[in-house]
Design a protein around this ligand. Structure first.
Ligand code: GLN
Length: 229
């Protein structure tokens, strides 16, 4: 009886606390931390108020509301994901419609299809999720990396300074995906470099490197607004 009373009191206290604790709970965003610019994404996410944490184990996927796949080397990330037992859990995470944001190599991982282009890609599989075909290293080699101001649909506050490092471009877009930004000039003119599909977001460039957190804000709002962004 006494134990029941204590339990009741405790649960009443929990109920009382609930509105306060849910309203102050930050969105939990994981960053796949096998390789690449993990720290930059964690910092950007924290600066927009998310509870950001590195992800190295499959069990950690259960405790997050969304995941960021960072820039780096997609071939290495796929290889390490397999070694760490994360490949299929990540695929399941995406197939279940859970939110994800991929930048550069992360965009490649989110693409449903790869286009080899003139150079052999070296990558044979992705995680998938976004109805696009991407071409790795499409702009050329490391020395062909560049920066450009681009316009991104749905991002307030004017153009976005985008950094492209051995970046992919979107070769073709399927009916499920929506293009948010297309390059107007240069070698990649006409190619999409930012796309969205439901609660999946992918960019060819590295928003985590500029200190401009508008895309990270968009991603967090995509998680909390249930896809409406
Ligand atoms: N070239 C890399 C790849 O194909 C991507 C580069 C990047 O993420 N900066 O995976």
């Amino acid at each position: 009886m006494r134990r029941l009373r204590i339990a009741l009191r405790a649960s009443r206290r929990l109920l009382e606390l609930r509105p306060l604790s849910t309203s102050t709970l930050a969105t939990r965003v994981g960053v796949l931390a096998l390789q690449g610019d993990v720290r930059e994404h964690l910092a950007a996410l924290r600066s927009v108020g998310a509870d950001a944490r590195p992800i190295r184990r499959a069990t950690e996927l259960d405790d997050i509301d969304g995941i960021v796949l960072p820039g780096g080397e997609s071939t290495t990330m796929i290889k390490l994901a397999r070694e760490f037992g994360l490949l299929e859990p990540l695929r399941a995470h995406l197939a279940a419609g859970r939110p994800a944001f991929g930048s550069c190599a992360g965009m490649i991982l989110l693409a449903d299809r790869l286009d080899g282009g003139p150079v052999r890609s070296g990558l044979t599989e992705t995680l998938g999720g976004v109805d696009i075909t991407v071409r790795r290293n499409a702009f050329g080699r490391q020395v062909d990396s560049f920066e450009q101001d681009i316009d991104i649909a749905g991002i307030p506050g004017g153009s976005f300074h985008a950094i492209f490092i051995r970046a992919p471009w979107v070769q073709s877009v399927g009916p499920q995906a929506t293009v948010l930004a297309t390059l107007r000039t240069g070698r990649g003119a006409g190619h999409a470099v930012a796309v969205r599909q439901g609660r999946l977001l992918a960019t060819s460039f590295h928003p985590e490197m500029t200190g401009d957190t508008r895309l990270h804000s968009l991603f967090v709002s995509m998680i909390t607004n249930d896809g409406r962004g």
